[in-house]
Design a binder for this molecule. Structure first.
Ligand SMILES: *Cc1c(COP(=O)(O)O)cnc(C)c1O
Ligand code: SF4
Length: 345
């Protein structure tokens, strides 16, 4: 029987049959360090008999998380070094992250903000901190886009999201508001008409970026939730983290990108995994990621092609790290064959 509520502890996972009872003490130690939450929708997708289940691998804690590897960093992409006021990250001139909450609907085992999210993480912004964050945006006319993230902003009530939108509406130089979320897939029932209205409250050009990593996450209910958003005139884009044993094969990754496009979500970023603590077991190499990108390019629609992105450790920004096709005197075709370029005269 799938659970009716979000599972929030190792004990709840054991009770739901998602972890074996003998693993409970060890996984309680993991859960004490990194938050656990699996929504009913995601728990229902897990096949407990499959030790390699790609949904379980994303959300069920593993003892490997307590092992730290060289290069891992509690703040792998330097959020904290670019935070002028609480809840704002300003790394690029024309856009800021606004993080009103550090709560999420699910806690991903690979999260790059795993030391900041969850009940033990950074707190939801107080009214004063939220005022200071909006004052920062209002006083920086170069800020063209506000990216509302967290945590997951769609765990906030429609009333609180509407309040954020209405405050952004008053800042003339902000033209675009982008929400980053997993909620339409992991908790599709939360995408009510009231929620969609709240997302649009700024009156700006609003985008929603859906984070999903495996095609099974795009259930019929998830696709219907996304359709409500897109039908309301809000374009959607995707973001995916490349994860070992979850989506690092061409069939799965291609099926995921097609599922996005079928849902009218334009694939945007495929993120190379960040060096978050205790995540070595989920990491792939850049060479593997480039080979996957080449496989996609050869096989499926151009609409289904994301940009493969590395967020340079230390907070130096995101750069594309996809394969190169153009050599000095030649270009490689999608089947891997080289051709002279410029063409012989
Ligand atoms: C990822 C990120 C953004 C958004 O980058 P885009 O390339 O515009 O999607 C903005 N600010 C910070 C600090 C980020 O980490
Ligand atoms: S939903 Fe996003 S912020 Fe929250 S745990 Fe997952 S990756 Fe991290």
């Amino acid at each position: 029987m799938p659970p009716a509520h979000t599972l929030r502890s190792a004990q709840a996972l054991a009770d739901a049959g998602l972890i074996a009872p003998e693993r409970l003490p060890a996984l309680e130690r993991v859960a004490a360090q990194y938050a656990v939450a699996i929504t009913a929708d995601m728990a229902a997708l897990i096949e407990p008999a499959n030790a390699a289940d790609p949904i379980a691998r994303q959300f069920v804690p593993q003892t490997a998380e307590l092992v730290s590897a060289p290069g891992e960093d509690p703040d792998p992409i330097g959020d904290l070094t670019h935070s002028p006021v609480e809840g704002i990250v300003h790394r690029y001139p024309d856009r800021v992250l606004l993080k009103p909450t550090h709560t999420c609907a699910v806690y991903c085992r690979f999260c790059f903000r795993r030391e900041m999210v969850g009940p033990e993480g950074l707190k939801t912004l107080s009214p004063d901190q939220l005022d200071a964050a909006f004052a920062y945006v209002a006083s920086h006319p170069e800020i063209w886009e506000v990216i509302v993230t967290g945590g997951d902003p769609l765990v906030l009530s429609p009333r609180r999201l509407r309040d954020i939108g209405e405050r952004l509406a008053k800042i003339e130089h902000v033209k675009v508001v982008r929400f980053h979320t997993r909620v339409p897939a992991v908790d599709p029932a939360a995408i009510t008409g009231e929620m969609v209205d709240a997302l649009k409250a700024s009156g700006k050009a609003v985008y929603v970026a859906l984070h999903a990593n495996h095609p099974r996450e795009l259930t019929a209910a998830a696709r219907a939730a996304c359709a409500k958003i897109v039908d309301a005139g809000v374009p959607m884009i995707s973001q995916t983290v490349l994860l070992a044993g979850i989506n690092d094969d061409p069939e799965t990754l291609g099926a995921l990108m097609r599922a996005f496009v079928e849902t009218r979500i334009k694939p945007y970023y495929l993120h190379h995994h960040d060096y978050a603590p205790g995540t070595a077991h989920l990491r792939t190499s850049i060479a593997e990621g480039q080979a996957l990108m080449k496989a996609l390019r050869g096989a499926i629609s151009g609409l289904c092609q994301p940009t493969y992105i590395l967020d340079i450790p230390g907070g130096h920004g995101k750069v594309p790290v996809g394969p190169a096709y153009l050599g000095d005197q030649s270009v490689e075709d999608p089947q891997g064959q080289a051709h002279p370029y410029p063409p012989a005269g």
